[in-house]
Ligand binder design. Structure first.
Ligand SMILES: Cc1cc2nc3c(=O)[nH]c(=O)nc-3n(C[C@H](O)[C@H](O)[C@H](O)COP(=O)(O)O)c2cc1C
Length: 155
């Protein structure tokens, strides 16, 4: 059984949170231990990051960029990497909510590319969040677990 952390910022309506919860449901259903962290409530600790086999990262579109607390998470990974910790190369899936713009997709993917191996397609959801977007997130959670399981069996 692998361990997944779902790292997301949600603040305004709970949109990104509901996507994160759907993704967590998919990952749990596929057999993983799942932890959710809303970066609007607290920062991600190094130890919990290191202990994860796979990561899901979600953000609302804020001014065509990731939310500030999600940027802080990426800043922290960079600094952990610089201090010699093995933080690169985990499989990751990405999702975002937006008011209709959605330009955050490119910066989110480009930040993730520096540190992670992205799996699947980034899920976009315009508000209000639809069941279809939740289903895509659920499937993304399952896909992430499938990926970490096949990595574990190759070890
Ligand atoms: C400060 C701020 C900036 C935003 N900028 C954008 C934007 O540039 N493009 C867009 O499509 N939506 C934008 N939105 C809308 C949010 O992305 C959208 O409401 C999102 O679903 C909120 O997610 P949450 O309920 O999880 O906090 C912005 C919202 C806020 C609060």
């Amino acid at each position: 059984m692998g361990k997944i952390i779902v790292i997301y910022h949600s603040q305004q309506y709970g949109d990104t949170k509901s996507l994160a919860e759907a993704l967590a449901e998919g990952a749990r259903g596929a057999g993983a231990e799942v932890h959710l962290i809303n970066t609007n409530e607290r920062r991600v600790a190094l130890e919990e990051f290191l202990s994860a086999d796979g990561v899901a990262i979600g953000t609302p579109d804020y001014f065509s960029y990731v939310a500030g607390t999600v940027k802080t998470f990426f800043d922290d990974i960079y600094l952990w990497d610089q201090s010699g910790k093995t933080v690169k190369g985990k499989p990751a899936v990405l999702f975002f909510s937006c008011g209709g713009g959605g330009k955050v997709k490119q910066p989110l993917e480009s930040l993730a590319q520096r540190f992670f191996q992205q799996k699947g397609e980034t899920v976009r959801s315009d508000r209000p969040i639809t069941n279809e977007a939740k289903k895509k997130c659920l499937a993304l959670g399952q896909e992430l677990v499938k990926n970490i399981s096949s990595r574990a069996s190759k070890k």
